[in-house]
Design a protein around this ligand. Structure first.
Ligand code: B12
Ligand code: SF4
Length: 407
Protein backbone atom coordinates (compact mmCIF):
# COMPACT_ATOMS: atom_id res chain seq x y z
CA UNK A 1 0.00 0.00 0.00
CA UNK A 2 1.25 3.50 -0.85
CA UNK A 3 0.82 5.94 2.02
CA UNK A 4 1.49 9.65 1.80
CA UNK A 5 1.68 11.55 5.11
CA UNK A 6 1.67 15.34 5.01
CA UNK A 7 2.20 18.14 7.51
CA UNK A 8 0.73 21.09 5.57
CA UNK A 9 2.28 24.53 5.92
CA UNK A 10 0.29 27.25 7.55
CA UNK A 11 -0.90 30.09 5.32
CA UNK A 12 1.58 32.35 7.08
CA UNK A 13 4.35 30.60 5.09
CA UNK A 14 3.75 33.14 2.34
CA UNK A 15 3.61 36.21 4.62
CA UNK A 16 6.38 38.69 5.47
CA UNK A 17 6.19 37.58 9.13
CA UNK A 18 7.17 34.03 8.20
CA UNK A 19 10.08 32.84 10.33
CA UNK A 20 11.62 29.91 8.48
CA UNK A 21 13.85 28.97 11.43
CA UNK A 22 10.85 28.38 13.68
CA UNK A 23 9.56 25.79 11.19
CA UNK A 24 12.96 24.20 10.57
CA UNK A 25 13.29 23.28 14.23
CA UNK A 26 11.26 20.10 14.74
CA UNK A 27 10.30 17.28 12.35
CA UNK A 28 6.69 16.00 12.09
CA UNK A 29 6.82 13.70 15.09
CA UNK A 30 3.07 12.96 15.14
CA UNK A 31 3.15 11.58 11.60
CA UNK A 32 6.33 9.57 12.23
CA UNK A 33 4.55 8.11 15.30
CA UNK A 34 1.56 7.05 13.19
CA UNK A 35 3.88 5.60 10.54
CA UNK A 36 5.13 3.18 13.20
CA UNK A 37 1.80 1.31 12.94
CA UNK A 38 2.13 0.67 9.20
CA UNK A 39 3.52 -2.57 7.76
CA UNK A 40 7.15 -3.08 6.82
CA UNK A 41 6.18 -3.55 3.16
CA UNK A 42 4.01 -0.40 2.94
CA UNK A 43 5.52 2.34 0.81
CA UNK A 44 5.48 5.40 3.07
CA UNK A 45 6.49 8.98 2.46
CA UNK A 46 6.33 11.85 4.98
CA UNK A 47 6.40 15.36 3.55
CA UNK A 48 6.61 18.49 5.68
CA UNK A 49 5.52 21.49 3.65
CA UNK A 50 7.30 23.91 5.98
CA UNK A 51 10.66 22.68 4.72
CA UNK A 52 10.01 21.15 1.30
CA UNK A 53 7.86 21.62 -1.79
CA UNK A 54 5.07 19.02 -1.89
CA UNK A 55 4.89 16.56 -4.75
CA UNK A 56 1.23 16.50 -5.69
CA UNK A 57 1.28 14.46 -8.89
CA UNK A 58 1.67 11.12 -7.10
CA UNK A 59 -1.02 8.43 -6.73
CA UNK A 60 -1.08 7.21 -3.10
CA UNK A 61 -3.76 4.80 -1.87
CA UNK A 62 -4.00 6.52 1.50
CA UNK A 63 -3.30 10.16 2.37
CA UNK A 64 -2.82 11.21 6.00
CA UNK A 65 -2.97 14.90 6.90
CA UNK A 66 -2.19 16.40 10.30
CA UNK A 67 -4.31 19.52 10.77
CA UNK A 68 -3.44 22.44 13.06
CA UNK A 69 -5.78 25.41 13.22
CA UNK A 70 -3.45 27.70 11.28
CA UNK A 71 -2.89 25.11 8.54
CA UNK A 72 -6.54 24.02 8.29
CA UNK A 73 -7.37 25.74 4.99
CA UNK A 74 -4.23 24.41 3.33
CA UNK A 75 -4.92 20.92 4.70
CA UNK A 76 -8.46 20.99 3.31
CA UNK A 77 -7.21 22.09 -0.14
CA UNK A 78 -4.72 19.20 -0.18
CA UNK A 79 -7.40 16.78 1.02
CA UNK A 80 -9.76 17.87 -1.77
CA UNK A 81 -6.94 17.48 -4.30
CA UNK A 82 -6.18 13.89 -3.31
CA UNK A 83 -9.83 12.89 -3.00
CA UNK A 84 -10.38 14.06 -6.58
CA UNK A 85 -7.56 11.72 -7.55
CA UNK A 86 -9.29 8.79 -5.85
CA UNK A 87 -7.08 8.42 -2.74
CA UNK A 88 -8.64 7.68 0.65
CA UNK A 89 -8.03 10.80 2.73
CA UNK A 90 -7.66 10.64 6.53
CA UNK A 91 -7.63 13.85 8.58
CA UNK A 92 -6.63 14.09 12.24
CA UNK A 93 -4.97 16.32 14.79
CA UNK A 94 -5.98 19.18 17.03
CA UNK A 95 -8.18 21.15 14.67
CA UNK A 96 -10.07 18.09 13.42
CA UNK A 97 -10.77 17.19 17.05
CA UNK A 98 -12.06 20.71 17.78
CA UNK A 99 -14.24 21.00 14.67
CA UNK A 100 -14.96 17.50 13.32
CA UNK A 101 -17.95 18.52 11.21
CA UNK A 102 -15.94 21.13 9.36
CA UNK A 103 -13.09 18.66 8.70
CA UNK A 104 -15.45 15.83 7.67
CA UNK A 105 -16.44 17.80 4.55
CA UNK A 106 -12.91 17.26 3.23
CA UNK A 107 -12.16 13.73 4.41
CA UNK A 108 -13.11 10.10 3.90
CA UNK A 109 -12.19 9.43 7.52
CA UNK A 110 -11.64 11.77 10.45
CA UNK A 111 -9.92 11.07 13.76
CA UNK A 112 -10.62 12.74 17.08
CA UNK A 113 -7.91 12.89 19.74
CA UNK A 114 -4.59 11.06 19.90
CA UNK A 115 -4.12 8.31 17.30
CA UNK A 116 -2.55 5.44 19.26
CA UNK A 117 -5.82 3.48 19.64
CA UNK A 118 -7.92 4.61 16.66
CA UNK A 119 -5.26 4.58 13.94
CA UNK A 120 -4.39 0.85 14.18
CA UNK A 121 -8.13 0.08 14.34
CA UNK A 122 -8.70 2.13 11.18
CA UNK A 123 -5.79 0.43 9.40
CA UNK A 124 -7.27 -2.99 10.12
CA UNK A 125 -10.68 -1.80 8.83
CA UNK A 126 -9.15 -0.16 5.78
CA UNK A 127 -7.16 -3.24 4.83
CA UNK A 128 -10.30 -5.33 5.30
CA UNK A 129 -12.13 -3.01 2.87
CA UNK A 130 -14.54 -1.34 5.32
CA UNK A 131 -12.97 1.85 6.74
CA UNK A 132 -15.19 3.92 9.03
CA UNK A 133 -15.87 7.63 8.60
CA UNK A 134 -15.10 8.72 12.14
CA UNK A 135 -12.89 7.31 14.89
CA UNK A 136 -12.84 8.73 18.41
CA UNK A 137 -9.97 8.00 20.75
CA UNK A 138 -11.02 6.49 24.08
CA UNK A 139 -8.15 4.27 25.26
CA UNK A 140 -5.23 6.45 26.35
CA UNK A 141 -1.94 4.67 26.70
CA UNK A 142 1.58 4.77 25.29
CA UNK A 143 2.33 1.24 26.48
CA UNK A 144 3.38 -1.05 23.61
CA UNK A 145 3.45 1.80 21.13
CA UNK A 146 5.66 0.73 18.18
CA UNK A 147 8.89 2.70 17.71
CA UNK A 148 8.53 6.07 16.00
CA UNK A 149 9.58 5.73 12.32
CA UNK A 150 12.45 8.23 12.59
CA UNK A 151 14.00 6.68 9.50
CA UNK A 152 11.28 8.50 7.49
CA UNK A 153 12.30 11.89 8.90
CA UNK A 154 14.60 13.96 6.71
CA UNK A 155 16.97 14.90 9.52
CA UNK A 156 19.09 17.18 7.37
CA UNK A 157 16.30 19.77 7.19
CA UNK A 158 15.92 20.32 10.92
CA UNK A 159 17.98 22.04 13.58
CA UNK A 160 16.52 19.75 16.26
CA UNK A 161 15.86 16.36 14.63
CA UNK A 162 15.90 14.67 18.06
CA UNK A 163 12.54 15.91 19.30
CA UNK A 164 10.81 13.43 21.58
CA UNK A 165 7.67 13.12 23.72
CA UNK A 166 7.52 10.70 26.64
CA UNK A 167 4.12 11.81 28.01
CA UNK A 168 0.89 13.23 26.62
CA UNK A 169 -1.15 16.12 27.97
CA UNK A 170 -0.64 17.67 31.37
CA UNK A 171 -2.13 17.45 34.88
CA UNK A 172 -3.54 21.00 34.79
CA UNK A 173 -6.61 22.44 33.03
CA UNK A 174 -6.13 26.04 31.84
CA UNK A 175 -9.24 27.37 30.15
CA UNK A 176 -7.42 28.68 27.05
CA UNK A 177 -5.48 25.48 26.41
CA UNK A 178 -6.10 22.95 23.61
CA UNK A 179 -5.74 20.15 26.12
CA UNK A 180 -9.24 19.57 27.49
CA UNK A 181 -10.85 19.51 24.03
CA UNK A 182 -8.19 17.30 22.50
CA UNK A 183 -8.26 14.71 25.27
CA UNK A 184 -12.05 14.79 25.88
CA UNK A 185 -13.51 11.34 26.52
CA UNK A 186 -10.45 9.80 28.15
CA UNK A 187 -7.34 10.41 30.23
CA UNK A 188 -5.71 13.77 29.58
CA UNK A 189 -2.31 13.05 31.14
CA UNK A 190 -0.32 9.85 30.81
CA UNK A 191 3.27 8.79 30.36
CA UNK A 192 5.37 6.10 28.72
CA UNK A 193 7.04 3.63 31.05
CA UNK A 194 10.41 4.92 32.20
CA UNK A 195 12.12 1.96 30.51
CA UNK A 196 10.43 2.64 27.17
CA UNK A 197 11.30 6.35 27.40
CA UNK A 198 14.95 5.53 28.14
CA UNK A 199 15.05 3.01 25.29
CA UNK A 200 13.70 5.68 22.91
CA UNK A 201 16.35 8.12 24.09
CA UNK A 202 19.06 5.47 23.56
CA UNK A 203 17.93 5.08 19.94
CA UNK A 204 18.47 8.79 19.19
CA UNK A 205 21.84 9.59 17.61
CA UNK A 206 24.03 12.52 18.70
CA UNK A 207 23.87 14.39 21.99
CA UNK A 208 21.08 16.98 21.92
CA UNK A 209 17.41 16.23 22.74
CA UNK A 210 14.31 18.42 22.86
CA UNK A 211 11.38 17.10 24.90
CA UNK A 212 8.13 18.45 23.38
CA UNK A 213 6.01 17.24 26.30
CA UNK A 214 3.53 19.85 27.48
CA UNK A 215 4.89 19.48 31.01
CA UNK A 216 7.85 17.14 31.42
CA UNK A 217 7.83 17.59 35.21
CA UNK A 218 4.05 16.96 35.41
CA UNK A 219 4.40 13.52 37.04
CA UNK A 220 7.21 14.09 39.56
CA UNK A 221 7.94 10.39 40.24
CA UNK A 222 8.09 9.57 36.55
CA UNK A 223 10.26 12.63 35.90
CA UNK A 224 12.66 11.80 38.76
CA UNK A 225 13.05 8.18 37.54
CA UNK A 226 13.58 9.36 33.97
CA UNK A 227 16.26 11.86 35.01
CA UNK A 228 17.98 9.23 37.15
CA UNK A 229 18.01 6.86 34.17
CA UNK A 230 19.43 9.54 31.91
CA UNK A 231 22.23 10.29 34.31
CA UNK A 232 25.53 9.37 32.68
CA UNK A 233 24.10 9.28 29.13
CA UNK A 234 26.00 12.46 28.29
CA UNK A 235 22.93 14.14 26.81
CA UNK A 236 22.15 17.84 26.59
CA UNK A 237 18.47 18.55 26.61
CA UNK A 238 15.74 21.20 26.64
CA UNK A 239 12.10 20.96 27.69
CA UNK A 240 9.01 22.77 29.05
CA UNK A 241 7.49 22.74 32.55
CA UNK A 242 5.64 25.02 34.95
CA UNK A 243 7.23 27.47 37.38
CA UNK A 244 5.63 25.62 40.29
CA UNK A 245 7.16 22.30 39.29
CA UNK A 246 10.72 23.59 39.12
CA UNK A 247 10.41 24.83 42.68
CA UNK A 248 9.77 21.27 43.84
CA UNK A 249 12.72 20.28 46.04
CA UNK A 250 15.30 18.22 44.21
CA UNK A 251 13.63 17.69 40.83
CA UNK A 252 15.33 20.50 38.93
CA UNK A 253 18.72 19.45 40.32
CA UNK A 254 18.17 15.88 39.07
CA UNK A 255 17.16 17.26 35.68
CA UNK A 256 20.29 19.39 35.44
CA UNK A 257 22.50 16.46 36.46
CA UNK A 258 21.01 14.43 33.61
CA UNK A 259 21.73 17.16 31.04
CA UNK A 260 18.94 19.78 31.21
CA UNK A 261 20.32 23.10 29.98
CA UNK A 262 17.27 25.20 29.09
CA UNK A 263 13.69 25.05 30.25
CA UNK A 264 10.70 26.83 28.76
CA UNK A 265 8.49 28.24 31.53
CA UNK A 266 7.49 31.37 29.68
CA UNK A 267 9.64 34.15 31.07
CA UNK A 268 13.18 35.76 30.99
CA UNK A 269 13.68 35.29 27.30
CA UNK A 270 10.11 35.68 26.30
CA UNK A 271 7.66 34.79 23.56
CA UNK A 272 4.58 37.01 23.46
CA UNK A 273 1.25 35.65 22.34
CA UNK A 274 -2.10 37.34 22.03
CA UNK A 275 -4.80 35.38 23.88
CA UNK A 276 -6.52 33.22 21.25
CA UNK A 277 -9.83 31.42 21.86
CA UNK A 278 -9.23 28.08 20.12
CA UNK A 279 -12.49 26.31 19.22
CA UNK A 280 -13.30 23.60 21.72
CA UNK A 281 -11.76 25.41 24.69
CA UNK A 282 -13.64 26.76 27.69
CA UNK A 283 -12.34 30.20 26.78
CA UNK A 284 -13.93 29.98 23.32
CA UNK A 285 -17.27 28.91 24.81
CA UNK A 286 -17.22 31.78 27.30
CA UNK A 287 -16.26 34.50 24.82
CA UNK A 288 -18.76 33.17 22.23
CA UNK A 289 -21.55 33.22 24.78
CA UNK A 290 -20.68 36.85 25.52
CA UNK A 291 -20.71 37.65 21.77
CA UNK A 292 -17.02 38.61 21.88
CA UNK A 293 -15.47 36.31 19.28
CA UNK A 294 -14.97 38.59 16.28
CA UNK A 295 -13.49 36.27 13.65
CA UNK A 296 -13.63 32.64 12.63
CA UNK A 297 -10.96 32.98 9.99
CA UNK A 298 -8.57 30.27 11.16
CA UNK A 299 -5.50 31.83 9.54
CA UNK A 300 -5.82 34.65 12.06
CA UNK A 301 -5.73 32.24 15.01
CA UNK A 302 -1.94 32.41 15.05
CA UNK A 303 -1.65 34.31 18.36
CA UNK A 304 -0.49 37.43 16.53
CA UNK A 305 -3.97 38.69 15.69
CA UNK A 306 -6.79 39.74 17.98
CA UNK A 307 -9.83 37.60 17.18
CA UNK A 308 -11.97 38.62 20.15
CA UNK A 309 -13.21 41.84 21.76
CA UNK A 310 -11.02 42.49 24.84
CA UNK A 311 -12.83 43.64 27.99
CA UNK A 312 -11.03 46.93 28.52
CA UNK A 313 -8.95 47.61 25.42
CA UNK A 314 -9.66 48.09 21.77
CA UNK A 315 -8.41 45.19 19.59
CA UNK A 316 -6.09 47.70 17.89
CA UNK A 317 -4.44 48.77 21.18
CA UNK A 318 -3.88 45.13 22.11
CA UNK A 319 -2.28 44.32 18.77
CA UNK A 320 -0.13 47.48 18.85
CA UNK A 321 0.97 46.67 22.40
CA UNK A 322 1.88 43.14 21.35
CA UNK A 323 4.26 44.42 18.66
CA UNK A 324 5.67 47.07 21.01
CA UNK A 325 6.42 44.41 23.64
CA UNK A 326 8.39 42.37 21.10
CA UNK A 327 10.26 45.40 19.79
CA UNK A 328 11.22 46.63 23.25
CA UNK A 329 12.08 43.24 24.72
CA UNK A 330 14.40 42.31 21.89
CA UNK A 331 16.12 45.67 21.45
CA UNK A 332 19.89 45.16 21.61
CA UNK A 333 19.83 47.48 24.64
CA UNK A 334 17.45 45.15 26.50
CA UNK A 335 19.47 42.07 25.57
CA UNK A 336 22.69 43.75 26.81
CA UNK A 337 20.96 44.74 30.07
CA UNK A 338 19.81 41.18 30.82
CA UNK A 339 23.17 39.72 29.74
CA UNK A 340 24.96 42.05 32.17
CA UNK A 341 23.07 40.41 35.07
CA UNK A 342 25.51 37.49 34.74
CA UNK A 343 28.67 37.85 36.85
CA UNK A 344 31.21 36.31 34.48
CA UNK A 345 31.98 37.85 31.05
CA UNK A 346 31.84 34.40 29.44
CA UNK A 347 28.25 33.94 30.67
CA UNK A 348 27.37 37.44 29.48
CA UNK A 349 28.67 36.55 26.03
CA UNK A 350 26.82 33.26 26.01
CA UNK A 351 23.60 35.03 26.93
CA UNK A 352 24.14 37.54 24.10
CA UNK A 353 24.79 34.76 21.61
CA UNK A 354 21.74 32.77 22.69
CA UNK A 355 19.18 35.59 22.87
CA UNK A 356 20.60 37.44 19.87
CA UNK A 357 20.92 34.23 17.87
CA UNK A 358 17.20 33.48 18.03
CA UNK A 359 15.83 36.94 17.47
CA UNK A 360 18.41 39.14 15.78
CA UNK A 361 19.95 37.06 13.02
CA UNK A 362 16.87 36.05 11.04
CA UNK A 363 18.44 36.78 7.62
CA UNK A 364 21.41 34.62 8.59
CA UNK A 365 19.11 31.74 9.56
CA UNK A 366 17.18 32.18 6.30
CA UNK A 367 20.44 31.89 4.33
CA UNK A 368 21.47 28.80 6.31
CA UNK A 369 18.09 27.17 5.65
CA UNK A 370 18.20 27.98 1.94
CA UNK A 371 21.70 26.49 1.74
CA UNK A 372 20.37 23.35 3.50
CA UNK A 373 22.99 23.77 6.21
CA UNK A 374 20.73 23.74 9.29
CA UNK A 375 22.21 20.58 10.87
CA UNK A 376 25.66 22.21 10.77
CA UNK A 377 24.36 24.73 13.32
CA UNK A 378 23.55 22.03 15.88
CA UNK A 379 27.11 21.79 17.29
CA UNK A 380 26.94 25.55 17.90
CA UNK A 381 23.71 25.15 19.87
CA UNK A 382 25.20 22.20 21.77
CA UNK A 383 28.28 24.22 22.70
CA UNK A 384 26.18 27.09 23.98
CA UNK A 385 23.99 24.74 26.01
CA UNK A 386 26.98 22.81 27.36
CA UNK A 387 28.40 26.12 28.56
CA UNK A 388 25.28 26.78 30.61
CA UNK A 389 26.27 23.76 32.66
CA UNK A 390 29.84 24.83 33.35
CA UNK A 391 29.23 26.48 36.76
CA UNK A 392 28.91 25.20 40.31
CA UNK A 393 26.17 22.97 41.69
CA UNK A 394 24.54 24.95 44.50
CA UNK A 395 20.74 25.20 44.36
CA UNK A 396 20.82 28.79 43.10
CA UNK A 397 23.65 27.92 40.74
CA UNK A 398 21.67 25.00 39.41
CA UNK A 399 18.62 27.13 38.74
CA UNK A 400 20.81 29.64 36.91
CA UNK A 401 22.57 26.94 34.92
CA UNK A 402 19.36 25.53 33.48
CA UNK A 403 18.57 28.70 31.59
CA UNK A 404 14.86 29.36 31.65
CA UNK A 405 13.78 30.53 28.24
CA UNK A 406 11.19 30.41 25.47
CA UNK A 407 11.28 27.90 22.61
C1 B12 B 1 6.38 21.12 18.22
C2 B12 B 1 5.24 22.10 18.19
C3 B12 B 1 5.28 23.09 17.23
C4 B12 B 1 6.31 23.14 16.15
C5 B12 B 1 5.71 22.27 14.99
C6 B12 B 1 6.72 21.23 14.59
C7 B12 B 1 6.10 20.12 13.79
N1 B12 B 1 6.84 19.81 12.78
O1 B12 B 1 5.04 19.54 14.08
C8 B12 B 1 6.34 24.64 15.79
C9 B12 B 1 7.34 25.36 16.67
C10 B12 B 1 6.64 24.93 14.35
C11 B12 B 1 4.93 25.04 16.21
C12 B12 B 1 4.30 26.12 15.70
C13 B12 B 1 3.03 26.51 16.07
N2 B12 B 1 2.29 26.00 17.03
CO1 B12 B 1 2.84 24.44 17.99
N3 B12 B 1 3.23 22.91 19.14
C14 B12 B 1 4.18 22.03 19.12
C15 B12 B 1 4.01 21.05 20.28
C16 B12 B 1 4.85 21.56 21.46
C17 B12 B 1 4.35 19.58 20.06
C18 B12 B 1 3.71 18.90 18.84
C19 B12 B 1 4.10 17.45 18.83
O2 B12 B 1 5.04 17.07 18.14
N4 B12 B 1 3.43 16.62 19.64
C20 B12 B 1 3.76 15.20 19.78
C21 B12 B 1 3.07 14.34 18.71
C22 B12 B 1 3.40 12.89 18.91
O3 B12 B 1 1.69 14.52 18.87
P1 B12 B 1 0.79 15.20 17.76
O4 B12 B 1 1.61 15.96 16.79
O5 B12 B 1 -0.34 15.89 18.40
O6 B12 B 1 0.20 13.91 16.94
C23 B12 B 1 -0.71 13.00 17.56
C24 B12 B 1 -2.19 13.36 17.45
O7 B12 B 1 -2.44 14.74 17.25
C25 B12 B 1 -2.78 12.52 16.38
N5 B12 B 1 -2.78 12.97 15.00
C26 B12 B 1 -2.25 14.07 14.44
N6 B12 B 1 -2.52 14.10 13.11
C27 B12 B 1 -3.21 13.00 12.83
C28 B12 B 1 -3.71 12.54 11.63
C29 B12 B 1 -4.37 11.31 11.62
C30 B12 B 1 -4.93 10.78 10.35
C31 B12 B 1 -4.54 10.56 12.82
C32 B12 B 1 -5.18 9.25 12.85
C33 B12 B 1 -4.05 11.07 14.04
C34 B12 B 1 -3.39 12.28 14.02
O8 B12 B 1 -1.98 11.35 16.45
C35 B12 B 1 -0.64 11.67 16.83
C36 B12 B 1 -0.16 10.57 17.74
O9 B12 B 1 -0.97 10.52 18.88
C37 B12 B 1 2.47 21.22 20.56
C38 B12 B 1 2.04 20.88 21.97
C39 B12 B 1 1.74 19.41 22.07
N7 B12 B 1 2.07 18.87 23.18
O10 B12 B 1 1.27 18.73 21.14
C40 B12 B 1 2.24 22.69 20.17
C41 B12 B 1 0.88 23.09 19.56
C42 B12 B 1 0.46 22.04 18.58
N8 B12 B 1 1.15 24.37 18.80
C43 B12 B 1 0.20 25.21 18.88
C44 B12 B 1 0.23 26.48 18.25
C45 B12 B 1 -0.85 27.45 18.66
C46 B12 B 1 1.23 26.79 17.34
C47 B12 B 1 1.38 28.10 16.53
C48 B12 B 1 0.09 28.70 15.96
C49 B12 B 1 2.12 29.06 17.44
C50 B12 B 1 2.42 30.41 16.82
N9 B12 B 1 1.86 31.42 17.38
O11 B12 B 1 3.11 30.50 15.84
C51 B12 B 1 2.32 27.63 15.40
C52 B12 B 1 1.52 27.14 14.17
C53 B12 B 1 1.80 25.73 13.73
C54 B12 B 1 1.20 25.37 12.40
N10 B12 B 1 1.97 24.71 11.55
O12 B12 B 1 0.08 25.65 12.07
C55 B12 B 1 -0.95 24.71 19.69
C56 B12 B 1 -2.07 24.22 18.73
C57 B12 B 1 -3.42 24.79 18.97
C58 B12 B 1 -4.41 24.30 17.91
N11 B12 B 1 -5.67 24.19 18.33
O13 B12 B 1 -4.10 24.00 16.77
C59 B12 B 1 -0.26 23.57 20.53
C60 B12 B 1 -1.19 22.44 20.95
C61 B12 B 1 0.38 24.26 21.76
C62 B12 B 1 -0.64 24.74 22.78
N12 B12 B 1 -0.61 24.19 23.99
O14 B12 B 1 -1.44 25.60 22.52
N13 B12 B 1 4.45 24.16 17.11
S1 SF4 C 1 -0.14 24.09 32.13
FE1 SF4 C 1 0.20 24.40 29.90
S2 SF4 C 1 -0.24 22.43 28.88
FE2 SF4 C 1 -1.07 22.34 30.99
S3 SF4 C 1 -3.25 22.90 30.74
FE3 SF4 C 1 -2.11 24.79 31.26
S4 SF4 C 1 -1.52 25.71 29.26
FE4 SF4 C 1 -2.17 23.57 28.88
Amino acid sequence: MKVKMILPALTEATSPFWRPIKYSLFPPLGLATLAGYLNADDEIEIQDEHVERLRLDDEPDLVVLQVYITSAYRAYALADHYRRKGAHVALGGLHVTSLPNEAAQHADTIFLGPGEDTWPQFLADFRAGHPGQRYESKVRTLIDRPPVRRDLIKRRWYLVPNSIVVSRGCPHACDFCYKEAFFAGGKSFYTQTVDAALAEIERLPGRHLYFLDDHLFGHPQFAAALFAGMHGMNRLWQAAATVKSILMPGLLEKAVQSGLRSLFVGFETATFHILTPYPGTALHRRLSAEGRVTSSHWDLYDTRHVVFQPARLSPESLETGYWRAYREFYRWGSIFTSASAHARPIDQLRHLAYAGGWKKFEPLWDAVIRAKRVPQMLPLLENLLAGFGAQGTSRSGTARRATVREA
